[in-house]
Design a protein around this ligand. Structure first.
Ligand code: S3P
Length: 163
């Protein structure tokens, strides 16, 4: 069964995903990474040159291709669960886990890397933007089959072992 890690930017999907894949000896897939390779551009360039809609189309396209893989750990882009029927599709394709990290922790992490995040790069009030996005996205994230507050590799491994 595939395991989808979902959640806001900065919630640890990539870092924890790599660690889980290593511990469980599974392949690790990152949707942003696949999109960057297929477009031969950085995510920030895709946003600025082709626009967010194009990026969201690529995300959905890639998600459909994931119907062909199994037993992978998949770190998804922070907006992916919130567009089209992506969340429903992920729930069909495997175990979905929302890495639910407290807002102030996300703000602390994301302020440091604001410039590489296209949705935050030109924003004056980053806290406010994160607050708004989280409010808008939480209903989609909460459709995940499992929710882990303050995720760590250990509590994720426990959940996967029991699930
Ligand atoms: C986005 C999150 C990013 C990346 C893109 C858009 C979002 O992924 O897909 O910049 O809409 O929240 P991470 O969540 O891995 O940072």
């Amino acid at each position: 069964m595939n395991i989808f890690l979902i959640g806001f930017m900065g919630s640890g999907k990539s870092t924890l995903g790599k660690e889980l894949a290593q511990q469980l000896r599974r392949s690790f897939i990152e949707t942003d990474d696949w999109i960057e390779r297929s477009e031969e551009k950085k995510i920030s360039e895709i946003f600025s040159e082709k626009g967010e809609t194009h990026f969201r189309e690529k995300e959905s396209l890639f998600l459909h291709q994931l119907q062909l893989v199994d037993e992978c750990i998949i770190a998804t882009g922070g907006g992916m669960p919130c567009y089209k029927n992506n969340m429903e599709l992920m729930n069909q394709l495997g175990m979905t886990i929302w890495l639910d990290v407290e807002e102030n922790m996300l703000v602390e992490r994301l302020k440091k890397e604001k410039n590489v995040r296209p949705l935050l790069a030109n924003v004056e009030n980053v806290e406010q933007k994160i607050h708004e996005l989280l409010k808008m996205r939480s209903p989609s994230y909460s459709k995940a089959k499992h929710i882990i507050k303050n995720p760590t590799a250990n509590n994720l491994l426990e959940l996967i072992a029991s699930g």
